[in-house]
Design a protein around this ligand. Structure first.
Ligand code: ZN
Ligand code: FE
Length: 253
């Protein structure tokens, strides 16, 4: 398969993928028409499917115009059928579907919104996490509960370590600052900092990372790290309490 990262708006990423065996093309979370259309034109001149992780405008903004131009089918979560513009196919949690010969699985991960899903390619070891898991961070909790977001992040955390993570935004550098503040003795973060700075310096995305990488560095997956608990002065708190505190602190970081 081929995968292109398309920078959109200020800091969004849309992802264009092609199944080589069948020449089937899909886009994940087209934020806006112009940059997506430009890339489609350069590469494939067709778009069979549009996949949406959630209903926010910066993930569905290109839906209508792309569908109109390319006759694409739009796939989104069934509970968000009223909020995903021009949806054609309503997906359920755990459902599998094909983009050519690529087998996608829907993972329901509420918290950022109540209808948020991830798209998982098990064989290719890739997951598209939208605004739920970012590199070194996680999304704000707009619609769900802390418990829901915590469970959703743990679902992603339990995927195989080598799985590549493609998320909805380039927030990595800011997230790194937050991780370093409350997990100062994590040496993996220092290594990661060098990699991130090198990429940003040359104008490259810091995406993808991997599950293994995130478990080592992403503070929102490290609620059981004693260094983190110490930094928060919450030595005896539960995992969920630590996560909740971190999410609240990050909202004002
Ligand atoms: Zn969002
Ligand atoms: Fe977003």
């Amino acid at each position: 398969m081929q995968l292109e990262i398309i920078p959109c708006l200020n800091d969004n990423y849309s992802y264009l993928i092609k199944d080589d065996q069948t020449s089937t093309v899909a886009i994940i979370d087209p934020s806006e028409f112009d940059p997506c259309d430009k890339k489609i034109n350069q590469k494939y001149k067709k778009l069979d499917f549009i996949l949406n992780t959630h209903h926010h405008f910066d993930h569905v903004g290109g839906n209508a115009e792309l569908k109109k131009k390319y006759g694409s089918k739009i796939l989104g979560f069934e509970q968000d059928k009223k909020r995903i513009p021009e949806i054609d196919v309503q997906l359920k949690d755990g459902q599998e579907f094909k983009v050519g010969n690529l087998n996608f699985k829907v993972i329901y991960i509420p918290g950022h919104t109540l209808g948020h899903i991830a798209f998982y390619l098990e064989k290719e070891k890739i997951v598209f996490t939208g605004d739920t898991l970012f590199s070194l961070g996680c999304g704000r909790i707009f619609e769900g509960t802390y418990q829901q977001m915590f469970n959703s992040l743990n679902k992603i955390k339990n995927l195989p370590g080598e799985t590549k993570i493609y998320c909805g935004h380039e927030y990595t550098k800011n997230n790194l600052g937050f991780c370093l503040k409350f997990n100062p003795n994590n040496n993996h973060l220092r290594d990661k900092e060098k990699l991130i700075d090198a990429k940003i310096k040359t104008g490259k995305p810091t995406i993808p990372s991997t599950i293994k990488d995130e478990i080592q560095t992403n503070i929102f997956l490290r609620y059981d790290d004693l260094d983190v608990k110490d930094a928060l002065n919450l030595k005896n708190a539960s995992d969920l309490e630590i996560f909740t505190k971190l999410r609240d602190l990050k909202d004002n970081f």
